[in-house]
Design a binder for this molecule. Sequence first.
Ligand SMILES: N[C@@H](CCC(=O)N[C@@H](CS)C(=O)NCC(=O)O)C(=O)O
Length: 215
Amino acid sequence: MPATLYYTATSCGAANYISAHRAGILGTKLNAYQANIYTKTVASGPNAGSDFLKVNPKGNVPAILLEDGTLLNENAATLQWIVDNAVTKVGPANGTNARYVLQSKLSYCSSEVHGSYGPLFKPDLADDVRKWALEKLATKLKFLNDVELADGRKFWVGGEFSVADAYLYIVLSWSGYLKIDLTPYPKVKAYFDGIAGLDYIKAAHAQIAKETPAA
Ligand SMILES: N[C@@H](CCC(=O)N[C@@H](CS)C(=O)NCC(=O)O)C(=O)O
């Protein structure tokens, strides 16, 4: 029995789908189904329409239900499960220094970058709170631009595509929905455009689109 990933097409959960797609484990080691994070229902697959909170009491994505019934949440953990189960490499081997670096990037992406975009999705955010949230996000984008991606690297860690790229790419993609201009951060913009242009990223999006139930 494969494990089961629950995700949505555009949320951070999609970083897990993209990673698993690149890792070559979808349909073998991992089945992927969509969840509706607003109605808290399973949205695709054999249990479509059922209560997602019974699968994942947090009601969020990503969630990976392992074969033995263990529930994994949090991108930093779910994405590393994908690294460890990959057929095509999507991150450094467990126990290496490079792996600890990957872990630190995933945590930074989750708590700092993802965490800074999150509040901006609230449509009725008070103007002063929105200003504060935008200023906070700007410090993260500046750090990515001036430090993490300053050398014009194509991939965030290790010189090749990893789950950290899938996660950062999806989080940065929210700039489009939120009308956040990335041009003041040219290294970030070039990095994002580079990841978006990869054949396997386009292929993963095409597959997600096929698997997304009609609204
Ligand atoms: N702390 C979690 C955050 C996961 C998260 O924010 N998921 C969002 C989508 S990007 C979600 O499912 N939100 C719906 C909800 O929390 O009810 C992580 O790092 O993975």
